[in-house]
Ligand binder design. Structure first.
Ligand code: SF4
Length: 79
């Protein structure tokens, strides 16, 4: 899927966007459940990492999860 065409299939576009941008300490659970059923999760994750998103839930991951994935990918590419 090229460009941002994947966004047309994003499940979060059919839900409350605030679920994906919880207040500090707020729950990520519902957003993550939506992401796990989303058909464009991989594209979303790649976009979040490539564009350096620093807020919100992307591809089912919190910011901590995204940072961990970036570190893991960095190690994989360097190996
Ligand atoms: S995986 Fe990405 S596009 Fe899909 S619901 Fe989650 S945040 Fe939205």
């Amino acid at each position: 899927m090229s460009g941002a065409l994947w966004r047309a299939d994003a499940l979060c576009a059919q839900t409350d966007p605030e679920l994906f941008y919880p207040e500090p300490g707020g729950s990520h659970a519902v957003a993550k459940r939506v992401c796990m059923a989303c058909p464009v999760r991989r594209e979303c994750l790649n976009y979040a990492i490539d564009s350096g998103q620093t807020w919100g839930i992307w591809g089912g991951l919190s910011q901590e999860g995204l940072r961990r994935l970036v570190r893991t990918r960095g190690r994989t590419r360097a190996a």
